[in-house]
Design a binder for this molecule. Structure first.
Ligand code: 6CS
Ligand code: FE
Length: 308
């Protein structure tokens, strides 16, 4: 039995009943992995554009590659738009995350900074897929542009996004999905995302408390909320590693709890993508399960208003 009754830590939920923590993490000692307790695919074949074959693949592997999610005529406009957003933002805007050397690594809330990105969210190849996978209305939990320049771009260590969203944002259940749309070619050698297929079926509790304002550093290099090396070795032994490659416009859809990471990019070939996280409106955020206070709205939206 792994569920832990957690008292609300204060704020708007302080008056309400304790929320069950089905996925304890950021602990002071290691505990066993926890089998996933929710479905992976919540909708059926009649609920959206994905075939039964696609739904079954997503269920089994925890990811799906969708070619031509953004068409060729949009890509130059989007690349231009991203440059514009980067130039327009103030140097010290908290939504801009930089590498130690100063180059931009991520820009959060691009869908609120750009009408074009907001339109991408609503494309027929995007929103209906999110709704089908999550079984109904969805909202944007987090959106970002990730820029991995040639030569100096650094990767992300292995992690499950849900682990962070649960611990630091108070996301109760695994009912969220990420859509990463490539704006440049993803080769095996320019820092492309690696995933551990099937790992989404297990929650790997992590050891170590969440430091104050962890997001000030975790968005450049994540050090808490990552599984230990023995756990990762076993997971890869069991499941293998797959890598996402493909031309610009291709989307990678992946489950919130799928273990993934990326290496650095020492090639001259930049890698950039638009990253949209959809959460079910029925999975609205509560108080964080393992952090002193909620993260800012630009990292974790609290409104849970369905995208129309
Ligand atoms: O913090 C976030 O929301 C995302 N970024 C990192 C580095 N890890 C967890 C999640 O993917
Ligand atoms: Fe991630």
């Amino acid at each position: 039995m792994t569920a832990v009754q957690r008292e609300p830590v204060g704020g708007p939920r302080a008056e309400s009943a304790a929320v069950e923590d089905r996925y304890p993490t950021r602990l002071d000692h290691a505990i066993d992995p926890i089998p996933r307790q929710e479905p992976v695919v919540w909708g059926g074949v009649a609920d959206g554009p994905l075939s039964q074959h696609h739904l079954d693949g997503f269920s089994e592997y925890g990811y799906l590659v969708a070619p031509e999610t953004v068409s060729d005529d949009w890509l130059p406009l989007l690349r231009h738009e991203i440059d514009r957003v980067a130039v327009d933002l103030e140097k010290d805007d908290p939504r801009v995350i930089r590498e130690p050397g100063g180059t931009i690594r991520s820009i959060f809330e691009p869908h609120l900074l750009s009408d074009l990105v907001a339109q991408v969210v609503r494309l027929d190849t995007v929103l209906p897929v999110a709704r089908q996978l999550l079984g109904g209305d969805v909202y944007i939990h987090q959106a970002r542009i990730n820029l991995m320049p040639g030569f100096t771009g650094t990767g992300f260590y292995w992690h499950s996004d849900f682990e962070t969203w649960h611990a630091e944002d108070g996301m109760p259940a695994i009912r969220a999905v990420s859509c990463s749309i490539a704006l440049t070619e993803n080769y095996p050698y320019n820092g492309s995302l690696m995933v551990i297929p099937g790992s989404h079926q297990t929650f790997y509790p992590c050891v170590g408390p969440t430091p104050e304002d962890n997001h000030d550093t975790s968005l450049v290099a994540q050090s808490v909320g990552v599984p230990d090396q023995t756990t990762l070795t076993k997971a890869v032994d069991e499941h293998d590693i797959h890598q996402f490659t493909g031309p610009p416009g291709t989307a990678l859809w992946f489950d919130a709890n799928l273990l993934h990471g990326s290496g650095s990019n020492i090639t001259p070939l930049p890698r950039s993508n638009i990253f949209l996280v959809f959460n079910s409106v029925e999975n609205a955020l509560t108080e964080p399960f393992a952090a002193p206070r909620p993260r800012p709205e630009y990292l974790a939206a609290r409104g849970a208003q369905a995208v129309a």
